[in-house]
Design a protein around this ligand. Structure first.
Ligand code: ADP
Ligand code: ZN
Length: 667
């Protein structure tokens, strides 16, 4: 995130701790002063003491149980006792002496009283170590206050400004506020992401002219979810929405809500919404919402993270609580919408999902254009080449490349940044990225292209396969490439449709086997889907010849026994295997038949990274089932408006886990 903008801590009036210190110091001082009756005190010997009593200096005597005696001196004798210190003596100066035993002191004083030398009073008291008493009484309090301050500071976050003030700020949101007008980010600063921009454009309109929508009785959406890998510009896009609509922008990370103390997260959520309502219309941006929004535990007995759940519940309550038309719109970012709690995605909450993907070749060019604007370049720099050299880079990676290139040029005392500096910068960033497995080698890129072209080719030639919209080999989330189809809205599916779909899904692996002569984990997700589908067809839909019209669907989750015999189980297994094997060889046949076209398609993919239905048509000619596909072609022009599903391929489950971690740490 860009931190150098005009950020400003909210919660301006911070209660200060210093008054607490002052009160404590005051109490101590008060007790200290009242403990002494005023005046100096000096230590003397017992002999001197007896002498003074005999001379009649004693005013009153206090004997303590620790054998120490304090004798107050008569005012007229102060000079005799304290000599030159007398002026400093104060109201009631005293001398202190340590006596051997109280009995002998008693005897001595009785005698002197009888003699008339001592006319004052004698008082026996407990130990007079006031300061010690106070100290020992206060010590635990001081200790706990200290501990409390320490904990609260820790909770407030070490680097947080405000110091001791944080004690009273635990429950306050830590959101950064970007006031409107200042340092505006607009859509111009966000390169590429045309689809996402188009979708958030509507939110801008809502914020600018809410009455236009509310007058007609429409409800303004409360939230949208930006889904995409780190560094693709989700924060930037949210800021641009605020900038375009010219409204304030609150930014906070989901992890900021979560603290070790119960109730803190919920109160931060409350505080954030309270502040936002004051500033409405405005935008709240919650980065990494998965930190709070992860699906809640299903089983209450399993425990789970209560604090996180409280925070999530509070968030849901707040979202429901504020009026639809209050003018506060919440944008949240996540890398994984699939792990979010379903309640968050329900209507009236984050019911819109906007995909913010890694940029393709042309988009990368645009991102480069944005980020080389401030640099001084020489003629050797070719943006087209740079974009080609950076497959799999995110917007943030590209921003990084540009900055690194400038630094490298500066290090060599150049007056402008040249192509070589960019190449060195790319090498450096690739080195850093390698761990994230995002960057493809040329061979990988070719393999993915052949695989995706396999899906595309087969779906083109099968009547019932979903019509293709676009194919990309840009890594998307955890998927390596994707083919997008326009799913047909249908309530029932025929056997032919299912078989064609299976065949198209197997096309990726078939292409790998035929043209690379090497199969890879890239098809794992395809295989999983196909296997499940085949099992469903046979065990649930009764579509197999050997097990016709039987549905073994069991909706009792907790029953572990199968509703069929061992023999049937074997039959189901063999039927599933046979079904998949048939479709696989069908896929290979189709690919062999259209080998040239397939290879052309793959080459085109390698070059352009994204191809659309038109490109496929240019290679294979019109789709044999024209009428329907024509409709679709018309629609695919406005690709963003169609509801599309993607066909993801994952490396493997293990690897995707790893990827996910890496991406997190990258953020
Ligand atoms: P995210 O929130 O998705 O992790 P950010 O919005 O924080 O990513 O992006 C980090 C930086 O990367 C931005 O500040 C910007 O410099 C750069 N960046 C990312 N995507 C783009 C883009 N589409 N156009 C221009 N710059 C981008
Ligand atoms: Zn595939």
């Amino acid at each position: 995130m860009n931190n150098n903008s005009n950020k400003q801590k909210i919660n301006v009036p911070r209660p200060n701790l210093s008054w607490l210190y002052i009160i404590i110091a005051g109490i101590i001082a008060f007790l200290y002063i009242t403990s002494d009756e005023g005046g100096i005190s000096k230590e003397i010997t017992y002999t001197e003491f007896k002498d003074m009593v005999k001379k009649g200096y004693a005013d009153k005597i206090i004997a303590y149980d620790n054998n120490s005696v304090e004798m107050f001196i008569k005012p007229e004798n102060i000079v005799d006792v304290f000599k030159k210190d007398a002026p400093k003596a104060g109201k009631s100066p005293s001398v202190r002496v340590q006596v051997g035993s109280m009995d002998s002191l008693d005897k001595f004083l009785d005698e002197e009283q009888k003699n008339g030398n001592f006319t004052g009073s004698v008082r026996y008291e407990k130990d007079n170590d006031y300061f010690g008493v106070i100290f020992w009484n206060l010590l635990p309090i001081i200790f706990f206050v200290g501990l409390w301050i320490f904990i609260m500071r820790r909770m407030g976050g070490a680097g947080n400004a405000g110091g001791a003030g944080n004690v009273f700020n635990v429950g306050k949101s830590k959101a950064q506020l970007f006031e409107k007008g200042a340092n505006r980010v607009t859509f111009k600063d966000v390169a590429g992401q045309t689809a996402a921009k188009q979708e958030v454009q509507e939110i801008v309109e809502f914020l600018k002219q809410p009455q236009k929508y509310t007058e007609l009785g429409g409800k303004i959406p409360k939230g949208a979810l930006l889904v995409g890998p780190p560094g693709t510009g989700k924060t930037l896009l949210a800021k641009a929405v605020a900038g375009e609509a010219d409204v304030p922008f609150f930014s906070m990370s989901g992890s900021d809500f979560v603290e070790m103390f119960v109730g803190v997260g919920a109160s931060r959520v409350r505080d954030l919404f309270r502040q936002a309502k004051e500033k409405a219309p405005c935008i709240i941006f919650i980065d990494e919402i998965d930190a709070v929004g992860r699906a809640r535990g299903k089983n209450p007995n399993m425990g789970g993270n209560d604090e996180r759940e409280n925070t999530l519940n509070q968030l849901l309550t707040e979202m429901d609580g504020f009026g639809t038309n209050s003018g506060v719109i919440i944008l949240a970012a996540t890398n994984r919408a699939d792990i979010l709690d379903k309640a968050l995605l329900r209507a009236g909450r984050f019911d819109r999902q906007i995909h913010v993907d890694l940029p393709d070749l042309n988009e990368r060019k645009d991102v480069f254009k944005v980020h080389i604007r401030p640099l001084k370049l020489d003629d050797s720099v070719d943006i087209d080449l740079l974009a080609r050299q950076t497959p799999g880079f995110s917007g943030a990676d590209i921003a990084n490349v540009c900055n690194e290139a400038a630094l490298i040029a500066a290090r060599h005392n150049k007056s402008s940044v040249s192509k070589d500096d960019f190449m060195a910068a790319i090498d450096r960033i690739v080195g850093g990225l390698e761990k994230k497995t995002k960057v493809m080698t040329a061979a990988e890129k070719r393999a993915i292209a052949l695989h995706e072209a396999g899906h595309a080719t087969i779906s083109w030639f099968l009547e019932y396969a979903n019509p293709l919209i676009k194919v990309t080999i840009v890594p998307r989330g955890r998927a390596l490439g994707a083919a997008w189809y326009l799913p047909e809205e249908r309530q029932i599916t025929t056997k032919e449709q299912m078989l064609d779909e299976m065949c198209a899904t197997l096309g990726g692996r078939a292409a790998e086997e035929l043209f690379i002569k090497q199969i890879s984990t890239g098809a794992m997700n395809d295989l999983e889907r196909v296997t499940k589908q085949a099992y469903g067809m046979i065990a649930y839909a009764g579509m197999s010849e050997k097990l016709p019209n039987l549905c073994y669907y069991n909706n009792d989750e907790y029953s572990f026994s199968k509703p069929y015999s061992e023999h049937t189980a074997e039959l189901i297994d063999s039927e599933v295997k046979q079904l998949i094997a048939e479709q696989y060889s069908r896929a290979k046949e189709i690919l062999t038949l259209h080998k040239e076209g397939h290879n052309k398609l793959a080459e085109l993919l390698i070059e352009k990274e994204v191809i659309f239905a038109e490109d496929v048509e240019a290679i294979f000619g019109k789709r044999p089932w024209a009428s329907r596909s024509e409709e679709i072609m018309a629609e695919s022009q406005v690709e963003n408006e169609v509801k599309s599903i993607e066909n993801k391929e994952e490396n493997s489950n293990n690897e995707s886990e790893k990827n996910n971690e890496n991406e997190k740490s990258n953020d």
